[in-house]
Design a protein around this ligand. Structure first.
Ligand SMILES: [Zn+2]
Length: 346
């Protein structure tokens, strides 16, 4: 019920300062966000152990009382003497309840499920949330009756709320620091990437890199391509083209290879291009048609001009005006010819 804090207020002697007790709505609405619970729970299952929370069907914030209640309810149905029950099912429930009512074992389990170290703030948050749940349940069960118990409960509520607020603040601070660290890493990486591009253009020019790939073909593929590509013609071609999926580096299309968003003067955190992350260049996968001799031999090299990495753009002004890209590098294809019946390279 909601009477406990009010009762305390009436009981407080003159001059006695109560810890502020948050309104019940807030207290009841607290939700502990356990972001990694599901994937880790799967890992737990994958190890061959059953997740005790799933076995008993209780939440991670469940109090010991809630765990015992869940066990009693499920045990009736699972008891070997009950139709449909079995010793195995009953044992699984008992084992799960044992773990969840043992503080040390439960803390170990939580650390595994949440994939956090034993001294993690998330575990501390869980412990206090359970403390709150236990207080609420004792109140709902009508166990908080005499003035001393009411006062004690109100103090415990306030202590739990205070601890949870402090944990929330520490978590927020840690998250903010982590965000800032990631941004600074991104900025450093972007600056390094730009420096590399600038010095590359200065020493080798703006032409893109050549890209070397191996293309596996069978004589059947060549024959089929020949049939398809020579239909109608009088002269049988001595070359056919076969498609090849290749991944090359190109200038980021969003920032034209500048690495920044528009509309500012200095490189700063939050101003990196959202597409390339300030790296100026991105990977692109495309299909290149590679011309091959009909009687191509194993190990033969074919150069597809301009199909390698895209040429570099050079920054012209501080506002990110870029030159047109330099010439593309070449795609250097080495043919791996499979013999009849072979499906992979030896
Ligand atoms: Zn970009």
């Amino acid at each position: 019920g909601m009477s406990a804090p009010l009762a305390v207020a009436r009981l407080a002697p003159p001059g006695f300062k109560l810890n502020p007790v948050p309104p019940p709505a807030r207290r009841r609405g607290r939700v502990v966000v356990v972001a990694s619970a599901s994937p880790s729970a799967n890992i737990y299952s994958a190890r061959g152990d059953e997740n005790p929370y799933e076995v008993l069907g209780v939440d991670v914030t469940a109090s010991k009382r809630a765990v015992r209640d869940a066990f009693r309810a499920a045990a009736k149905r699972a008891h070997p003497d009950t139709p449909g029950g079995s010793a195995k099912a009953f044992d699984a429930l008992a084992k799960a309840a044992d773990v969840l009512t043992d503080d040390a074992r439960r803390a170990q389990l939580d650390a595994v499920l949440l994939d956090v170290p034993a001294d993690s703030l998330s575990l501390e948050e869980l412990r206090w949330s359970r403390e709150l749940a236990a207080l609420r349940e004792a109140e709902d069960a009508g166990e908080v009756k005499d003035p001393a118990a009411v006062l004690e409960a109100a103090r415990a509520y306030a202590a739990a709320e205070k601890a949870l607020d402090a944990i929330a603040k520490r978590k927020k601070k840690a998250e903010d620091a982590e965000k800032l660290r990631r941004k600074e890493d991104a900025l450093r990486a972007s600056q390094a990437a730009r420096l590399e591009i600038t010095s590359r253009i200065a020493t080798k020019g703006s032409r893109g890199n050549d890209v070397a790939v191996t293309m596996t073909v069978t004589s059947e593929m060549l024959t089929e391509a020949l049939e398809a590509q020579s239909s109608g013609g009088k002269k049988v071609p001595d070359r056919v083209t076969l498609p090849l999926r290749t991944t090359t580096m190109v200038n980021c299309a969003k920032c034209d290879g500048w690495g920044e968003k528009e509309g500012h003067w200095t490189l700063a955190l939050d101003k990196l291009c959202v597409k390339c992350g300030g790296m100026c260049r991105v990977e692109k996968t495309s299909t290149v048609r590679v011309p091959l001799r009909v009687d191509a031999s194993d190990g033969e090299r074919v150069v597809v001009e301009g199909a390698g990495d895209e040429g570099y753009r050079k920054q012209v002004t501080a506002l990110g005006e870029m030159t047109e890209p330099g010439p593309g590098g070449d795609l250097i294809v080495t043919v791996a010819l499979l013999r009849d019946g072979e499906t992979t390279r030896r």
